[in-house]
Ligand binder design. Structure first.
Ligand code: GLN
Length: 548
């Protein structure tokens, strides 16, 4: 996080698209913005993004995935909102922690400066001190890029969002008109008699205007495209040209949103308004890899059980996305079967047994540990392709310790502090750590991979750099016993165990890191791709036997 206060250099010449949300949250403004960004990138521009989260947490690290979905981890170890994952996937970029602006960060910095005496003599206030800090953060994150998408989390009218909207108003005031665009993403619901209703949109734009912001573009989220009459009404009441009102209908897959944005002409409109059209690549020369990737025909379906504790797709979003990416690359439809590790009733157990592959994802705390260990045992015993991620890797170690090494009470010290066999134990550097926020082993670290192993095959390399987020690791005291039981630690970082595998199994791989965060459409994460490929290979071998 930059700590120095720098004055903005207007000669940088970035363009900014500010995206606000109206009526309610959860309209997918992040995906809409990221999709528009994808098209600008295809037109030859260097695009980056900033996500503003108007909460008082400094970062997302201490938040429960039930409220905001998964905590996404950046390469520099920033623990951030999952929308940053969408930007990384859609724009195919690696972002840094300072691309997530939170109220906690801005206030903390301003208060620290006040204590340091930086504002001696001044009354320190939201305007100008906090708003200046917000503007500085946006400008610094945009530096060196052609276009910066700035998404304001929450909904216009939220008290929490006020300092940000005021900062954006000032920002627009300070910049040239052609460098700034305000896009408002809003809900257009249907009435009982099937009419598209614009009143909620009118109200939220009125709210925006009362704080001095006039949207340049209105994007209506609706089950279908907006009817001409709806667009005209929005144009009239929100004071935008009718060409600036765009539809954002539901699509079956978020990866198709860029195709829809293109079809609507939103990208061209944005480029024209930002005075970028003359610098854009001619339509025929633009990259169209995205369309090719996301519109592939699928020839097979694979079902993967996800054995976790949150019955909420967003809580494991990057895993779902990584599986989709693996699907794109193998022309496979990968379906995720949700298995509740905490309450594995018959229906959940049936889904586990039906699945072609099993993933035990990351997590914290003891709840669901039993179910996760049972799922590992099932996959190991029945030769079902298995991928364990972070906590899933650790639970695989516990399972092997208990059921193969015969250490009956083996556990992770996280789940049971007094276990006689802490096969997973706290990282030595965590002994002294007192604060909870941002103190885990975080971010990208290199792992050395042993030649001739499954991991070597999966990564096609003798090293990988993946993102981490953990406090516990394999206890080296148990290494000999685990290895004697057949576990191979094929990836290590110094004396840390980073990857495990079982050679006598069709596909059994665990990673202490989270490979899902680096997966991209067109470049699926190797462990996920390998999991899906192993299922397809098993299937081909089975049908081969039948026809032979
Ligand atoms: N709770 C475990 C640890 O802290 C695993 C963390 C995770 O799965 N991200 O090591």
């Amino acid at each position: 996080m930059p700590t120095e206060f720098t004055d903005y250099d207007p000669s940088l010449g970035n363009k900014f698209v500010f995206v606000t949300g109206g009526v309610m949250s959860g309209l997918g403004k992040g995906i809409t913005a990221a999709s528009t960004g994808r098209l600008l990138a295809d037109a030859g521009f260097d695009v980056t993004a900033v996500k503003i989260d108007p909460y008082l947490n400094v970062d997302a690290g201490t938040m429960n995935p039930y409220q905001h979905g998964e905590v996404y981890v950046l390469k520099d170890g920033g623990e951030v909102d999952l929308d940053l994952g969408s930007y990384e996937r859609f724009l195919d970029i690696d972002m840094t922690f300072d691309h997530n602006v939170t109220t906690g960060k801005a206030y903390r910095h301003v208060i620290e400066r006040e204590r340091a005496g930086d504002y001696l003599g001044d009354t320190v206030q939201i305007i100008p001190h906090v708003t200046d800090d917000i503007k500085r953060r946006i400008r610094e994150a945009a530096e060196g890029h052609d276009v910066c998408l700035v998404e304001v989390g929450g909904t216009v009218g939220d008290i929490e969002g006020m300092p940000y909207l005021e900062a954006l108003r000032q920002f627009a005031h300070e910049e040239a008109d052609e460098d700034i665009l305000f896009a408002h993403v809003t809900l257009v619901p249907y009435s009982k008699n099937g009419e598209q209703k614009t009143k909620p949109t009118q109200h939220s734009v009125k709210e925006l205007r009362s704080i001095g912001l006039q949207p340049d573009i209105v994007i209506g989220r609706c089950a279908d495209r907006l009817e001409p009459r709806t667009r005209e009404k929005i144009a009239l009441f929100c004071d935008v040209p009718v060409e600036a009102v765009f539809s954002n209908p539901d699509v079956e897959d978020i990866y198709r949103v860029p195709l829809m944005v293109e079809d609507e002409g939103l990208d061209e409109y944005v480029m024209a308004e930002l005075d970028l059209a003359s610098r854009a690549l001619p339509a025929d020369d633009r990259a169209d890899g995205w369309r090719e990737i996301v519109t592939r025909e699928t020839t097979a379906t694979v079902e993967v059980a996800l054995v976790g504790k949150y019955a909420l797709e967003d809580a494991y979003l990057s895993i779902h996305e990584a599986l989709k990416h693996a699907g794109f690359e193998t022309n496979t439809d990968v379906e995720v079967l949700w298995v509740d590790a905490d309450e594995m009733d018959d229906a959940h157990a049936d889904r586990l047994r039906r699945a072609d592959g099993v993933i035990v994802p990351g997590g914290f705390g003891a709840r669901g540990a039993r179910g996760k260990i049972d799922a590992v045992e099932y996959a190991r015993e029945y030769d079902v392709p298995f991928l364990g991620l972070c906590l899933g890797f650790q639970m695989a170690v516990v399972e092997v310790a208990r059921n193969v090494c015969g250490l009956e009470d083996a556990h992770s010290a996280e789940m049971q502090a007094d276990t006689p066999h802490p096969v997973i134990d706290i990282l030595p550097e965590q002994y002294e750590v007192e604060e909870m926020g941002g103190t885990m082993r975080l971010g990208a670290h290199e792992t050395a991979i042993e030649a001739g192993t499954l991991a070597n095959d999966v990564y096609g390399d003798t090293a990988c750099t993946e993102r981490h987020r953990h406090r516990y690791e394999v206890n080296p005291e148990y290494l000999d016993r685990l290895e004697a039981a057949g576990l191979v630690f094929s990836g290590r970082a110094d004396n840390r165990m980073e990857i495990l595998e079982l050679p006598d199994h069709p596909f059994f791989l665990g990673t202490q890191f989270h490979p899902e965060f680096r997966s991209r459409p067109g470049r699926a994460s190797p462990p996920f791709l390998a999991l899906v490929e192993s299922v397809l290979a098993e299937r081909a071998a089975d049908t081969g036997e039948v026809t032979a």
